[in-house]
Design a protein around this ligand. Structure first.
Ligand SMILES: *[C@@H]1O[C@H](CO)[C@@H](O)[C@H](O)[C@H]1NC(C)=O
Ligand SMILES: *[C@@H]1O[C@H](CO)[C@@H](O)[C@H](O)[C@H]1NC(C)=O
Length: 342
């Protein structure tokens, strides 16, 4: 399985004919909250890194007007008050203790505090025209992708496009794997999370936060696969790239004695098959996302307002769950230990 990386191609392509929303969001907060899967719970079962509008809270009522309740966003497009989050990566040393792995910005986004790169695409990565019509997400829309209990390749393959890249340098994009890289990665590990792109046209959410969305009937969004009849509405390809700065954990003397790789997700998965991707709460102001999708633009979109890295970094929220997320710890926040089996 192999697909191409928007980021690599984006750097190579002339900008005037191309269209693609690709932008950084800085860290809003690292906290043990998950208002989509565990609303009202503080702490939620495991630690997350969260980006976007500062209306983010323990509970996010879908009728909440996110742009109105936020006073800032950590994303470059300043009309985007959505919230984006994923689990957090930890390093497990040979002595059994854990340390949180920080994030670094993508190439071209230096100066942004951690966070990740977000894409919204109309067409496959090889079609830079991006002229297809897609329907933007609606207020109250939310979704989730991944399975924290997955520990095998078969379980992982249910999700078509959640991958890892071992970064030799900041622009490395291939090869991509479905589990954690097995050797030290010089610049870090990138996780790439692509959400399903076909909507049932009715539900803004579903009990498992996934059933209202589907993958194309055949192929992928990139290959232009059609949406199934049950989920006929073609939405943008939402896609996260997160770069974990594992470079300071590359001393093999600290790695497990049995030769296995040392990284583990904040809920305990040590295989990587539970690449707990992503949570998404749509929160673009008014019709700004649809406008950007309808008037194709490339990275810096004239139809959208932007802010600089300094303003993005300034937008943070206070942590609500107070626990140590910076020291070497004996167990992961929430009491998890690294595990490799279901
Ligand atoms: C988050 O929710 C709590 C409890 O509902 C509330 O007290 C607090 O003001 C909220 N914080 C923000 C930033 O909205
Ligand atoms: C465990 O190993 C790490 C990495 O070598 C080290 O920084 C840490 O202090 C050690 N912790 C304990 C409790 O020995």
């Amino acid at each position: 399985m192999k697909w191409n990386s928007a980021a690599t191609l984006a750097l190579l392509a002339p900008s005037n004919v191309l269209a693609l929303l690709r932008f950084p969001c800085a860290q809003l907060v690292i906290d043990r909250l998950d208002p989509l899967v565990n609303p009202g719970q503080a702490p939620s079962p495991h630690l997350h890194q969260i980006l976007g509008g500062n209306a983010f809270n323990t509970t996010m009522d879908p009728s909440k007007d996110m742009p109105k309740e936020s006073t800032c966003t950590s994303c470059q497009f300043s009309e985007d008050f959505s919230n984006y989050w994923t689990a957090v990566l930890y390093f497990k040393a040979k002595n059994g203790t854990y340390k949180r792995v920080p994030q670094i910005p993508n190439s071209g986004f230096e100066g942004v505090n951690g966070g990740m790169t977000v894409y919204y695409m109309q067409d496959g990565l090889y079609n830079f025209q991006q002229t297809s019509k897609v329907t933007a997400f609606k207020p109250g829309f939310r979704m989730y992708i991944g399975d924290v209990n997955a520990r095998t390749k078969e379980q992982m393959e249910k999700f078509r496009q959640l991958t890892y890249t071992c970064l030799e340098n900041i622009n490395t994009r291939d090869p991509q794997t479905l589990d954690f890289p097995t050797k030290p990665c010089k610049t870090g590990i990138m996780t790439a999370l692509r959400f399903p792109t076909c909507w049932d046209g009715k539900n803004l959410d579903s009990p498992d936060h996934m059933a209202h969305m589907a993958y194309p009937e055949s192929g992928t969004f990139e290959s232009g696969g059609p949406c199934p009849a049950s989920h006929p509405v073609r939405m943008p390809q939402l896609f996260y790239e997160v770069i974990w700065d594992t470079s300071k954990f590359n001393n093999k003397a600290d790695w497990p004695a049995d030769g296995s790789q040392p990284f583990v997700w904040s809920f305990g998965d040590g295989t990587g098959y539970a690449n707990h991707a992503g949570d998404y709460l749509f929160g673009w102001q008014d019709d700004s996302l649809q406008r950007a999708m309808d008037s194709p633009c490339y990275q810096n979109c004239p139809t959208l307002k932007t802010q600089n890295a300094q303003a993005m970094n300034k937008c943070t929220v206070k942590r609500r769950v107070n626990e140590d997320i910076d020291s070497w710890v004996k167990e992961l926040p929430g009491g998890h230990q690294a595990n490799y089996r279901k």
